[in-house]
Structure formats: structure tokens, C-alpha cells
Design a protein around this ligand. Structure first.
Ligand code: ATR
Length: 386
């Protein structure tokens, strides 16, 4: 079967690679960023100085919130369209970069409606007006290397993964120094998100030699580097290893796609505001147990890279890592009230069945399977396959 392998045009990586922004040629750049961390850390100003030296006019759109909404995307689009940039730069956590990607789509095609871009691969060719640079400050989604942008519909309480090869950035700058100020809980959430990407990508029907080697390297590096980055945010070696691993996992899943950990995390995140990586980490071990009947051999291969010998060993090792970085073992422990959970259970399972990620899960779930998985992860019990 012929396969695609789509990655950013250029990836600059390593401590200090931020300065590679000086290689950009153009006239106008808009920097899209979050709610202040990158301004406070001086990176917005640093980017401005570097770009101004190349005679590029720079303007800033800041204030993108966690789990960016469609409203924020439209606000950014209205800002961008008046400035008419030829570069859009997403600088910050995945929220800022994903919002910037979606603003880019509307900037290129102002008549687009949000519903038009929800079906996978429905975005028309971009780059008629601007090209895109992603500079992440969290080590999780790997959005700097992916064809994905996740936008939240707050009214419906659900997250939409917008998927198109067009969304893969032209340039990614993966500099672990930007992550030094990341709080430890964000380090944990995002690091476990990256681990989930590698693990899910490894077992989809689209996984191949290209995506497997990236996922394998990401998994072994994350098990080593995440506890170190969590314990000491100033450990630049651990920060860069996590940043690279997140990008490798991003390239892997952007091509092999994902499975039902993401389908379900999109619902629990959209409904209850559980940070994405945290929701993934609570779901992942039980979904490994669910999928094992189909892909035990592949999980065993991955398990062997981290000193384990079976899918169950791998699931337990993830539970230990999760505990080591202070992430809860259930949604109940996270703080969701049982009666509200039960009210929303069916609708979350139904939406998860329709999520774009469900089609690539190695084992096709039924609605009852989704409910069973959600319930076990609510209670924190080991999944019993019905
Ligand atoms: P994710 O990558 O998981 O989507 P996010 O939603 O973009 O993460 O960011 C989560 C939180 O981490 C936000 O509060 C963000 O702050 P800003 O909105 O002010 O940027 C914060 N954050 C992200 N990267 C950070 C960094 N390197 N240092 C400090 N805070 C950071």
C-alpha cells in the first residue's frame, strides 16, 4: 500500500534553536500567543527583535486560552486579516499554536464556515497568503509537526480535531529552553500526552516503518526524561529530550493517526475541562488492555524497550509513571462528581463513537465498550473486557 509521510518543511531543534527565526524572509509576521507566559519569559520580544532585524513588521495577537474556542479563532482571524501578514507564527503551548493554525485557515479562506472544516482532509490548499511557523513551549501535542488543530465548541462541550495535511507547519522550532518555565503539572500533563501519541500511533492500521521508529524513540525517551523534567524544570537536557520526543511523537501520529484514547479524552476534556494529557493518561492503560487482543505483539515490542515483556507490563509501567508525576488514577480522584458523570456518560460515549480518531483504533469498539472503558477509568479499576 502506498503511504504518505508528511512532516514540516524544516525542523530546527536543540537548545538555542529559537535564534533560527533569523532565517525567515518576508514582510509582515503576526505572532499568536497564549495568556502571557511567553511575553513574561521574554520570547515574544526576542522574536520581535530578530524579525525586525530582517525588516519584517511584527504584530502580536495574545490571550489565547487553554482549549481555544471557535470564538477566539474568529477574533484572531479578524485581527490578522487587517494586518495582512505573510507569516503566521504560533508561539507558546499547543493552545496558541492550534488556534493560530485555525486562524490561518480563515485568513486564507474568509468565507469558510467552521462546519466546513470538521470533516477530515477538507481544508483547501493554504499558503496563498501566508506560511506558518510553530514554536512550542510545552512538550506534548507535537502540534509543531502535525496536521492537526483541536478547537473546542464550549456550547456543545466537545473538542473537534481539525485534520488536514495543509495544517502541517512550514517551519518548526523545537527549543527546550522555552519549556524551562513550564509549571510541573503542565510538564506532567503534556509529557503524558506525548506518550499517548506515540503509543496510539504505534498500533493504528496506518502505522508503518516511518511512524514506528519515531514512536519507539519517543516512548523510550519519555520514560527516562519525563520524571527528570518534572522533578527539575531547569534540567535543560531533560527538557530538550522531552521537547524532541514530543515532536517525534507528533510526526508519528500525524501520519499514523490516533485511536480511542483521544476519542474519549476529547469528550471528558470538553465536558469536564480535564486537561487533555491528564485525561489521556487516565484512559491509556485500560485502552491498552482493551486493544491488546488485537495488537499484543506490537505492544510487547514497545514494552521491551522499557524493560517490560507484555502489554500488561506496559500498562502497569504507565500507571507507575503517571503516579510518579502526580497524575490521578481515575476521573473520580480527579474530582468529577459521580452523579454528573453518570448524567453525561452516554452522550460522551456516543460522541466518542463519532470522533475522527475512533476509525483508526486497532480494535473497533461498540458503544457498550466505550461506556465500559469510561466507567472503569472513572472508578480507577482495571478494565474487565466484557
Ligand atoms: P497544551 O500544550 O497542553 O495545549 P496550553 O493550553 O497551551 O498547553 O497551556 C497550558 C498552560 O501552560 C497555560 O496556562 C500556558 O500559559 P499561557 O497561556 O500564558 O502561555 C502555560 N504555559 C505553556 N507553556 C509555558 C511555559 N513554557 N512556561 C510557563 N507557562 C506555560
Amino acid at each position: 500500500m502506498a503511504g504518505n509521510f508528511i512532516v514540516p518543511g524544516k525542523v530546527f531543534h536543540g537548545i538555542g534553536s529559537f535564534s533560527q527565526l533569523s532565517t525567515i524572509q518576508g514582510k509582515k509576521a503576526v505572532i499568536v500567543t497564549g495568556q502571557g507566559s511567553m511575553i513574561r519569559a521574554g520570547y515574544v520580544e526576542k522574536a520581535k527583535i530578530i524579525l525586525n532585524k530582517n525588516n519584517i513588521d511584527v504584530t502580536i495577537f495574545d490571550g489565547v486560552e487553554a482549549d481555544p474556542s471557535f470564538e477566539t479563532v474568529m477574533k484572531g482571524f479578524n485581527f490578522i486579516k487587517n494586518f495582512k501578514p505573510d507569516w503566521i507564527i504560533g508561539l507558546g503551548g499547543c493552545s496558541a499554536i492550534d488556534a493560530a493554525k485555525a486562524m490561518w485557515v480563515f485568513y486564507e479562506y474568509p468565507d469558510t464556515k467552521f462546519e466546513d472544516i470538521i470533516p477530515p482532509f477538507s481544508i483547501k490548499p493554504l499558503r496563498n497568503k501566508a506560511r506558518f511557523i510553530a514554536i512550542p513551549s510545552t512538550s506534548g501535542t507535537g502540534t509543531e509537526a502535525t496536521c492537526v488543530s483541536v478547537i473546542t465548541d464550549r456550547e456543545k462541550g466537545t473538542k473537534y480535531p481539525i485534520v488536514s495535511y495543509e495544517l502541517c507547519p512550514d517551519i518548526a522550532i523545537v527549543d527546550g529552553e522555552l519549556c524551562q518555565t513550564m509549571p510541573s503539572h503542565v510538564t506532567a500533563n503534556t509529557g503524558l500526552d506525548a506518550l499517548t501519541h506515540a503509543l496510539e500511533a504505534y498500533v493504528t492500521p496506518l502505522a508503518d516503518a516511518y511512524t514506528d521508529c519515531l514512536a519507539e524513540r519517543a516512548v523510550s525517551d519519555i520514560f527516562h526524561a519525563l520524571p527528570a523534567a518534572f522533578a527539575n524544570g531547569n534540567n535543560l537536557e531533560a527538557r530538550q529530550t522531552m521537547h524532541d520526543a514530543s515532536c517525534l511523537a507528533g510526526m508519528s501520529f500525524s501520519n499514523a493517526l490516533l485511536g480511542i484514547v483521544h476519542s474519549l479524552a476529547h469528550q471528558v476534556g470538553g465536558m469536564f475541562g480535564v486537561p487533555h494529557g491528564r485525561a489521556n493518561a487516565i484512559l491509556l492503560p485500560n485502552i491498552i488492555r482493551f486493544n491488546a487482543a488485537i495488537v499484543e505483539e506490537k505492544y510487547t515490542k514497545l514494552a521491551s524497550l522499557v524493560g517490560e515483556s507484555s502489554s500488561e507490563g506496559l500498562a502497569k509501567k504507565i500507571e507507575k509513571l503517571r503516579h510518579a508525576v502526580n497524575v490521578e488514577s481515575s476521573f473520580l480522584e480527579y474530582g468529577i462528581k459521580q452523579h454528573i458523570w453518570e448524567e453525561k456518560l452516554h452522550i460522551m460515549a456516543e460522541h466518542a463513537m463519532q470522533d475522527a480518531c475512533t476509525a483508526c483504533n486497532p480494535r473497533t469498539p461498540t458503544l457498550d465498550d466505550m461506556i465500559n472503558i469510561l466507567q472503569s477509568c472513572f472508578q480507577g479499576s482495571t478494565l474487565i473486557i466484557k
